[in-house]
Design a protein around this ligand. Structure first.
Ligand SMILES: [Zn+2]
Length: 424
């Protein structure tokens, strides 16, 4: 397959550039990137004239089945939202609901350009089934916690082990993480178990970390030391994905710098739950990898990573004046290569580079009425972040397979997925 005539987003050293090059994909791999590649006989050619061709977006923190909570419970803080709104409903969810909700989210992701998602949920077999059928790339898990007793906790651990042990070893698109819910919902016993599983199976850890102000004291009360010290105690030497990281002070940053970890920044969810703004500019200046996530739709509204990019870039202007702060180029890297690094997948995905797996999206920037916000298009990168959204994504390719072309899906039937939620 050949993608011709596109404006291709390429990372060079620290910079983000737009180049007029063609991309040749053989099997599932990006084989060649060069100017004016001639198609072979019978080769499939995608004409990307007036399009942006960019790495597939990587959502580093989501709860796939939470599409059922979209638009609910506005105005709560995190603890009220979890304890009084979300957890009581989640306790009654059925496998079928999780499967259908996951399919709705997968449709949302593929149609808005996300090619890889890092999930954090339960009923994980249903989620895996929905992902596998859709040929979506994902990191999945079974969330662990023990704030509701020992027996429930042990069941969760066993469910995780069963999920991992029953994996299809030939399916390279689905990988796994060990996921304690958070340091305020897990005792030292569960965290030690999570460490043991991460080492045994050689998996990263994926955990909510300092999302809200209440956690700072609660974690200290539960574990006797500050949150970042708890993190270091249990996960030092293990690659750790920290969801949120809003409430880090300078001491926390110094501790995180000594660890193999990075942050999944979820700006929309943080604002909706009144968690304030993570200082990602400062984290970057301190050499901490910051990637991007949406969280579940119950708090983050949607899984559109273009909205997350726009918000991640703009929101820094809410806490930094007249100084160097993250901008549109940073946002693109956060949604792609930084995400791949955070998930430990940078050898395979995150950039358009020869030898990497072909996870690529094509974004419509044609100068017409639909794209009036993009005219004149003097700065493609700026326009991409501030003036497009997921609806501009025309084609989504995962692992060399075109899953959506000109907004028509290869495997998913949108009407069938959507109809389950019309009278929901
Ligand atoms: Zn979350």
């Amino acid at each position: 397959m050949l993608i011709k005539n596109g404006n291709v987003i390429i990372f060079e050293a620290d910079d983000v550039k737009v180049k007029k090059v063609d991309i040749k994909i053989k099997d599932n791999i990006i084989e060649k990137i060069a100017e004016d590649i001639k198609p072979e006989e019978n080769e499939e050619v995608i004409d990307a004239t007036n399009k942006v061709v960019m790495p597939g977006l990587i959502n580093t923190h989501a709860h796939i089945a939470m599409s059922i909570f979209r638009g609910t419970f506005e105005g709560c803080d995190l603890y009220t939202w979890l304890n009084q709104k979300i957890w009581p409903i989640e306790a009654k969810l059925t496998k079928e609901e999780v499967y259908n909700a996951s399919r709705l989210s997968i449709l949302e992701m593929i149609s808005t350009g996300t090619t890889c998602v890092n999930d954090h949920y339960f009923f994980s077999e249903e989620i895996r089934k929905a992902l596998t059928e859709s040929k979506m790339r994902a990191v999945i898990t079974r969330v662990l916690m023990d704030n509701d007793g020992k027996e429930a906790s042990e069941n969760r651990i066993n469910e995780f082990i069963n999920l991992y042990e029953t994996r299809d070893k030939d399916n390279k698109l689905i990988t796994y993480s060990v996921a304690p819910h958070g340091l305020y919902t897990c005792s030292g016993e569960v965290l030690a178990k999570a460490r043991e599983l991460a080492i045994k199976y050689n998996l990263p850890v994926h955990i909510h970390f300092l999302e809200s102000i209440n956690e700072v004291e609660d974690i200290k009360n539960l574990h006797g030391i500050r949150a970042s010290e708890v993190l270091k105690k249990y996960f030092d030497g293990i690659h750790t994905i920290l969801a949120h990281g809003v409430k880090l002070d300078d001491e926390d940053i110094e501790i995180l710098k000594t660890m193999d970890c990075g942050i999944s920044h979820n700006p929309l969810s943080n604002l909706r739950l009144g968690c304030k703004i993570a200082d990602t500019t400062k984290y970057k200046q301190n050499g901490i990898n910051v990637a991007l996530g949406t969280d579940g739709q119950g708090s983050g509204n949607n899984l559109d990573m273009f909205e997350a990019m726009k918000m991640a870039a703009l929101i820094q202007g809410g806490i930094h004046e007249n100084e160097e702060r993250l901008g549109s180029k940073d946002a693109i890297k956060m949604a792609t290569i930084n995400g791949a690094k955070l998930l430990g997948l940078e050898d395979k995905i995150g950039s358009i580079e020869e030898g990497k797996d072909a996870d690529i999206i094509i974004v419509d920037i044609e100068p017409n009425l639909t794209n009036i916000k993009l005219i004149p298009n003097k700065d493609i990168i700026s326009n991409l972040v501030y003036n497009t959204d997921g609806k501009n994504v025309e084609t989504t390719i995962i692992n060399g397979e075109v899953l959506m072309e000109k907004r028509k899906f290869k495997y998913l039937q949108p009407e069938k997925i959507i109809e389950k939620f019309i009278a929901f």
